[in-house]
Design a protein around this ligand. Structure first.
Ligand code: 4AD
Ligand code: MG
Length: 426
């Protein structure tokens, strides 16, 4: 029996007899030669069935096999510059595992509604395959960087009794007669675990019942949230720029083929190296007004504002010191200007908008208590969080990077829905 080999490993098998297992991607009929493009998840391989090399049954199968049929081919690996990937398989046998009839996604253009309804099949197309490969590489880079920089992975609960961000975007559920919510962020829990570990991160699914139907919002998305004791706002920005540039540079290095499939303009990404420019919210408002965009101090930026701001820079830009009223209750106050807080957002380049939100957290018990009141949060649910300011409080910071928005930016794709296998949308 020939050895089963994945297509990405084919170059090591030149001249040998092997077996590939996959699906028909495309077929070209050249009479006595049938060219089958076979994909197996790791690559695409040209398999050639010659009338003189295979049985009449196998040749007939090569002629009738349809797009997306599952198949097993055996044959000899041969280097051929004309073949995609530089190798082809000269078949001596072909077995159809299942003949797919009338595969609904054809090379013609389909509308997005049709493609989303067939998401389970659409995932097989080369662009979707490339996007999710980039996502997997980004996840590896995220974990790799944090794990090798002293961050301990502490994952936080998904079912929670309290809110971290906006209370209007909570998904509620019944928890044995009490109300529970799907987590919006693991931040508050990891402000507790830094008291034990110093530097931590959580990485998992996050839920927001956001009624905004935009190309940047999902109801369920993945967020990685590092949290660091004794790190201030500037220290937080330094970690963010190192972290983000590492993710970008690693994807550039390991996903060249995927980025090519996606026609990504890679020089724009090569630029993403520290230091990233830093502007205050005040300066951002000035820039917007200079651009002729109407914007009032104290409002939060919308997508058009973020895009306009990013256009001034050739790499991601930090915007710090937002008005206190735009941000969550836990933001540390500015030491001399009570109207702004020690928050920082990172806006991706090329108009992809906010990919990170974070900042320095309130260290003072009194201020935190006051904020909980001002935000009408139920104090009992935050008693443990107040404890963290009673017992060994210290300056600390952290941030949350949205995986899907980051992947959309890396891939240069319009809509975030393609960056997760099965998107949860409004
Ligand atoms: O700015 P956000 O709301 O910050 C937090 O949740 C903090 N607790 C994080 C922290 O400091 N530990 O969300 C962080 C990031 C955003 O910048 C964005 O990339 C992503 O999460 N995000 C979303 N991504 C997709 N769909 C949504 N509905 C998103 N909401 C936020
Ligand atoms: Mg935010």
């Amino acid at each position: 029996m020939a050895e089963w080999v994945y297509i990405e490993d084919i170059p090591a098998y030149e001249g040998q007899k092997i077996m590939v297992k996959g699906w028909l991607y495309n077929r070209t009929d050249k009479g006595k030669l049938q060219f089958l493009l076979v994909r197996d998840g790791t690559g695409i391989l040209q398999c050639v069935a010659s009338h003189k090399d295979v049985s009449p049954q196998a040749f007939a199968d090569a002629q009738r096999v349809t797009q997306e049929s599952s198949l097993i081919g055996t044959g000899k690996v041969r280097a051929d510059k004309r073949a995609p990937g530089g190798y082809e398989l000269l078949l001596d046998d072909l077995q159809i595992v299942q003949l797919a009839e009338d595969y609904p996604i054809t090379p013609k253009e389909h509308g997005i509604a049709f493609l989303m309804a067939h998401r389970h099949l659409w995932l097989r197309s080369s662009r979707q395959h490339a996007v999710l490969r980039v996502r997997a590489e980004a996840v590896k880079a995220i974990r790799g960087w944090l794990d090798s920089h002293g961050f301990v992975n502490i994952d936080t609960p998904i079912l929670t009794p309290s809110s971290c961000e906006d209370t209007t975007t909570l998904f509620g559920t019944d928890y044995f007669g009490e109300k529970a919510y799907l987590t919006q962020s693991g931040q508050l829990y990891n402000e507790a675990t830094i008291g034990s570990f110093g530097k931590v991160y959580c990485f998992g699914p996050t839920f927001r019942a956001e009624k905004s139907k935009t190309r940047r919002h999902l109801m369920e998305f993945w967020m990685v949230e590092p949290e660091m004791a004794y790190v201030d706002l500037e220290g937080c920005m330094q970690v963010e720029e190192q972290f983000v540039s590492y993710i970008v540079q690693t994807v550039l290095k390991h996903c060249a083929a995927e980025l090519e499939t996606l026609d990504r303009d890679t020089p724009r990404l090569e630029n993403v190296v520290p230091p990233f420019p830093r502007i205050s919210y005040d300066e951002a408002v000035e820039l917007l007004n200079k651009d002729g965009l109407e914007f009032r101090w104290a409002d939060d930026f919308g997508a058009p504002h973020e895009t306009a701001l990013a256009e001034h820079f050739d790499r991601p830009v930090f915007v710090y010191h937002y008005p206190t009223r735009c941000k969550a209750f836990y933001m540390e106050a500015h030491p001399t200007r009570s109207e702004v807080c020690l928050s920082v957002d990172l806006l991706a380049s090329e108009g992809y908008g906010e990919i990170i939100g974070g900042g320095q957290r309130t260290a003072s018990y009194e201020l935190l208590e006051q904020r909980i009141k001002e935000h009408n949060l139920p104090r009992e649910a935050y008693e443990w969080y107040l404890d963290l300011r009673r017992y060994g409080s210290m300056p600390h910071s952290g941030f949350g990077l949205g995986l899907e928005r980051t992947v959309a930016w890396l891939c240069g794709i319009e809509h975030i829905r393609e960056t997760i296998a099965f998107p949860r949308l409004l």
